[in-house]
Ligand binder design. Structure first.
Ligand code: ATP
Length: 516
């Protein structure tokens, strides 16, 4: 043909007509038309005319023609020189949300892309950016629409969505993936949060969860992922600052409420003498000061020969802290140990200094209180009793695991790089289970001086449960492990296993504990 001029075209046609497959196809067509009588042929015709075979062939043809690029709307002929350059973006939407939020600019009234969620569909496309101005969605102008209306249009559309945007000013190139991990110290559910700009974009988490913070660009809403969750998409979480403000407003009402509750039974009793010890001031009990938000953490694994983390047991009186400590000590006396308390009372003759107690003078005891040498101290019948920081150090320096039970308000003083406390909260089971399991247990009463031990009363159980509740509310964010002391053997095994894990496996600790 005269119009086939170039040598390239000619050699292409020559090669195509010389193709064996084309030859076979032509032969096949002839055969099919000529001999329609044969059963095999009829069957083949039937197979080839099935819709899915047809669509397979059609897909093949589309791919072979490379015609899978989106068909863009034609460019308008009369482009106004004054008009900003626009970008036409076509995204195919599946069930996954787009992962972008929009807002109306207060001054210009323009619809602006406010956020792109890391790892979401919009982010992965690389086509939409924060600051882009949205002009049209599927050909519908959006300038005059409210963000909610636009969201409705988006959520109703399926398949390909075409956006017309005016690109915003280019953002700084994203720095490499941030690696800040935080432990959440509160529960968060975006569905119940009135403040969040978009509930669907929120990330729900529980107290104790580890979050990887992906972006802190926004002062009120950070973007984060749950650690260890396969999901690559980040969600919105309240920033530390924002949560602190919220929580501060809340805690005023909480304080009023807690004032109405019955007070703690404050004593940790001296088992030998049944003394009430370690009273704490009411102001101290309610002094949480720092609002629990997030704590920056890092992975930590104890190296062989390193000191052990201090094991701190917390729980309401009578829940079984001493029982659990005793069982641990018996199970491995070489490994576990407890502190020796100080007292200002005089030594009895069957006692030895440094065994039952460190016996010191009242004067020295008072000086030590002044110098903050005690974790807890108290007075009973004119004598002081207390647990010193040095008594903990002494156990740890022998490379033993130190078991300590304290009032929860002392936790914040113990949370240092030196002690790295592993805080276990021992919780009572339901009141029904308390009645069943504690039938033969004795509450060692410190209320009278007669060293009496009585069975638990119904009131003891109720108080145990309400105190546990209160402790969890107020200090729950500091507990790394919660053990319900229902069946003693089960609780003990759970504790022992948790302690072994902490000694041998990597886990999260506050960043400040690792660079000292
Ligand atoms: N799981 C359990 N089942 C049955 N009895 C239990 C259980 N745990 C503890 N007990 C019993 O309950 C009583 C109180 O326990 P324990 O003295 O260990 O409590 P505690 O938390 O140390 O209390 P306190 O702080 O007042 O000294 C003891 O008689 C103990 O044997």
């Amino acid at each position: 043909q005269p119009h086939v001029e170039s040598a390239d075209d000619r050699s292409f046609l020559h090669a195509m007509f010389g193709e064996r497959s084309l030859y076979s196809l032509v032969k096949l067509t002839e055969e099919l038309q000529g001999r329609s009588a044969s059963n095999e042929i009829r069957e083949l015709v039937k197979l080839l005319s099935k819709p899915h075979i047809k669509s397979l062939l059609s897909v093949h043809d589309t791919v072979a023609r490379k015609s899978y690029d989106p068909e863009l709307p034609p460019l308008p002929d009369d482009i106004d020189d004054e008009e900003d350059s626009v970008k036409i973006i076509r995204l195919v939407k599946n069930k996954e949300p787009l992962g972008a939020t929009i807002k109306k600019d207060e001054h210009s009234g323009a619809i602006i892309v406010a956020r792109i969620m890391r790892g979401g569909a919009a982010d992965r496309s690389g086509l939409i950016h924060v600051g882009d101005e949205l002009k049209e969605v599927n050909g519908i102008p959006v300038d005059d629409k409210k963000p909610e209306e636009i969201i409705r249009i988006l959520s109703q559309s399926q398949g390909a969505i075409t956006f017309k945007v005016v690109p915003g000013i280019k953002e700084e190139a994203q720095s490499k993936e941030p690696k800040m991990f935080v432990k959440a110290l509160f529960d968060y559910n975006p569905a119940e949060d009135k403040a969040i700009p978009c509930k669907e974009a929120g990330l729900a988490f529980r107290k104790g969860d580890i979050l990887q913070v992906m972006s802190q660009d926004d002062a009120t809403w950070w973007q984060a992922k749950l650690e260890g969750d396969g999901n690559q998409r980040a969600g919105l979480i309240p920033s530390k600052h924002f949560q602190e403000r919220l929580a501060n407003n809340l805690s005023v009402s909480q304080k009023v409420l807690s004032g109405l509750r019955r007070s703690f039974r404050l004593s940790r009793r001296d088992k030998k003498t049944n003394k009430s010890m370690y009273e704490c001031k009411r102001s101290e009990q309610y002094d949480t000061a720092d609002v629990p938000t997030y704590e920056e953490v890092t992975a930590y694994r104890r190296k062989h020969g390193d000191r052990h983390r201090l094991v701190v047991l917390v729980g309401p009186t009578g829940v079984g802290l001493n029982e659990l400590k005793r069982k641990l000590l018996i199970s491995d006396p070489q490994h576990f140990s407890v502190t020796i308390p100080h007292t200002s009372r005089s030594k009895r003759h069957q006692e030895s200094d440094g065994v039952e107690y460190h016996f010191i003078s009242k004067h020295l005891f008072e000086a030590d209180i002044q110098n903050n040498k005690f974790i807890e101290h108290g007075e009973y019948k004119g004598n002081y009793y207390g647990t010193s920081l040095d008594s903990v150090r002494s156990v740890l320096s022998k490379n033993k695991v130190c078991l300590l039970d304290v009032q929860p308000h002392t936790l914040k003083h113990l949370r240092t790089a030196e002690f790295k406390p592993y805080v276990v909260f021992v919780k009572p089971p339901s009141i029904e289970r308390l009645r069943e399991t504690r039938k033969s247990a004795k509450v060692i009463s410190g209320k009278d001086d007669k060293n009496s031990s009585n069975p638990f009363s119904e009131e003891d159980f109720q108080e145990m449960i309400s105190t546990a509740h209160m402790m969890e509310n107020q200090y729950g964010h500091l507990f790394e492990k919660v053990i319900v002391n229902d069946d003693l053997t089960i609780a003990f095994n759970e504790l022992k296993q948790a302690l072994r894990k902490v000694e041998t496996e990597a886990h999260w600790v506050p960043v400040s504990w690792t660079h000292s």
